[in-house]
Write a protein that binds this ligand. Sequence first.
Ligand SMILES: NC(=O)c1ccc[n+]([C@@H]2O[C@H](COP(=O)([O-])OP(=O)(O)OC[C@H]3O[C@@H](n4cnc5c(N)ncnc54)[C@H](OP(=O)(O)O)[C@@H]3O)[C@@H](O)[C@H]2O)c1
Length: 424
Amino acid sequence: MARVVLGMLGLGTVGTGVVELLARHRHLTLKKVAVKSLDKDRSAMPNCPLTTDVDEIINDAEIEVLVEVMGGENPTVGYLERAIKKRKHIVTANKEVLAKHGPRLFALAKEHGVAIFFEASVAGGVPLLSTIHKGLEANEIESIMGILNGTTNFILSNMETGKSYADALKEAQDLGFAEDDPTADVDGFDVAYKLSVLSALGFGYFVRPDTIYKEGIRNITEEDMALAKEFGYRIKLLGTAAKGGSNGNQGFDVRVHPTLVPVTHPLASVSGANNGILVRGHAVGQLTLIGPGAGKLPTASAVVGDLMNLAGALKLPDFASYFQPTIEASPASAAPPDHWKCPFYLRLVVKDTPGVIGKLGTIFGAHNISIATIIQRGAEGREATVVILTHDVLGKDMNSALAELKKCDFLSSLGNAIRIFRSA
Ligand SMILES: NC(=O)c1ccc[n+]([C@@H]2O[C@H](COP(=O)([O-])OP(=O)(O)OC[C@H]3O[C@@H](n4cnc5c(N)ncnc54)[C@H](OP(=O)(O)O)[C@@H]3O)[C@@H](O)[C@H]2O)c1
C-alpha cells in the first residue's frame, strides 16, 4: 500500500491508542504529534515526535492527513479550518466540533477537495456511522435511537444495585469513566452532539445542538430505579433522532432524556459503559448495534479504520466526494418537545388525605391523560408516594397537567416524571 504521511493533534486517551494501533500499519506514517505540554511522562510512546506548535503540522506540505484527537470546540475548529485550507484530509473523533461547526467544515472541505472522516465521533468502537453511510445507502433512514453515552449508562447500571446517583457517579469518576466535571455526560450535552452528527449522516442536516431537548440523569433516584424494576423496566438515557417526527411533527424529533425501557427490549440489556443503537431504514427495517462506545483502543479502532479506508482510496479520482455524505450547508433545528407522544412514569409525594387519588384522576383527565396504572405506597406519617403509569400523552399535555399539580395543596413534591419507551 502507498505510504500516507499523517500529523496528529492530541496524544491523550485516544491518541495513545491510535499510536499503538498504527504500529501494525507501517504504511501510515505518523510524522508529528501536537500536544499541550511537553512535560508529561510519555515514556510509553518513546518514538513519537512531539511538538506544542500545531503550525508545524498544519504547514507541513508532506502531511496529507490530519488526525484530530485533542477534542473541544476551541481552538480546535480553527486548526481544522486551516488544515482543510492547506488541503489536508481530516480524521476526527470530535463530536462537539462537528455538531457546532459541521456544516461550515464540510462545505470548506468540499471547496478544497478534501474529505472529513469521523467514525470515532459517535459510539466509539461501534461501526455505526459507516453502517448508516455506506451499509444502509439504499435506505431512507427513518430513525436512529439508543444509548450513546457510556458514562451515564455505567452510572445507571450501577444504581440498579441500590446505589445513589452521587455514589454511582463517584465510582464512575474513581474508575476513570466520568470526568471530574461530569456535566457534558450527565446533563445530556454529549448525546446531543452525537445526535447532531447522526442526523447529518442519516438525514443530511446537522441539527443545532442548542435546539435539542436535553434532560439528564441527575434527578434519577434509587427509588425510581427500584420502582421501574418492579414495573418491568430499566432506566436508560436515550438519544433519539427521527425524521419528520414520530408523531407527525414538522422537522426532526431530536432529543435526549431518561427513559423507562421494558426489560425485554434489546436496549435494556446494554449494561455498563457500552452503547446500544437502533437504526431504522425504510427497506432494511430495524438494526441493533451494541458495543464499546468509548475507551482507548475501541475509539482508536474507529480512527485507524478511517485512516485505512482513506489511505486505500486516496489516489482514486474524485475520492473525497465518494466518501463524503451529502450534508446541507445550513443546520436544521430540532422540533420543540410539545408534540412527542409517549407514556409517562410519574412518582408523586402527596399528603395522605382522603380523595387524593380521585383529584389526581380529575386533573389528568382534564389534560387528556389516561392512567394505565396507579399505586399508592408507604403512607408513613402524613405523606404517601403515588406512582402512575400513563397511556400515550402529548408532551404539552403532560407539562400543563404537571403545572396544575404543582399548585395543588395535596402535592408535597413532584418526585419525578420520566418518559416510557416508545419506538421512534
Ligand atoms: N476518550 C474516549 O473514550 C473517547 C471516545 C470517543 C471520542 N472521543 C473524542 O476524542 C477526542 C480526544 O479525547 P481523549 O479522551 O483522548 O482526550 P484527552 O485524553 O483529554 O487528550 C487530549 C489531548 O489533546 C492535547 N491537547 C489539548 N489541548 C491542546 C492544544 N491546545 N494543543 C495541542 N494539543 C492539545 C492534550 O495534550 P497533553 O497530553 O499535553 O495534555 C492531550 O494529549 C475528543 O474529541 C473526545 O470527545 C474520546
